[in-house]
Write a new protein. Sequence first.
Length: 106
Amino acid sequence: MSNKAIAIELLQERFVSKYELMEILHLPNRQVRKLVQDIKKDYPVISTSNHEGYKIATAPEDLPLVLDSIKNNRSKAISIFVGIKQLKMFAAKYGEDGSEQLTLEF
């Protein structure tokens, strides 16, 4: 069974921390984060500030956690874009526009 399949099986059962995944899969931090990002492309992965770790939403009872995850992720995204604005202003000051088109697919 692949690392991805093992992780999916675990995340469908319960919240699993990044450190647990590192230990179970014998992978370093960056590879676990990449694995979770890859899983997020195909599954509704819940990640909130109220629970440690990740979980795949599998039942209607997960809806409040899904909504909380959306709210948390939206806040993180806004924070990142605010930071990008400041970085672009700095780059423009020194003659670089720093404008690379960002394309998001949902």
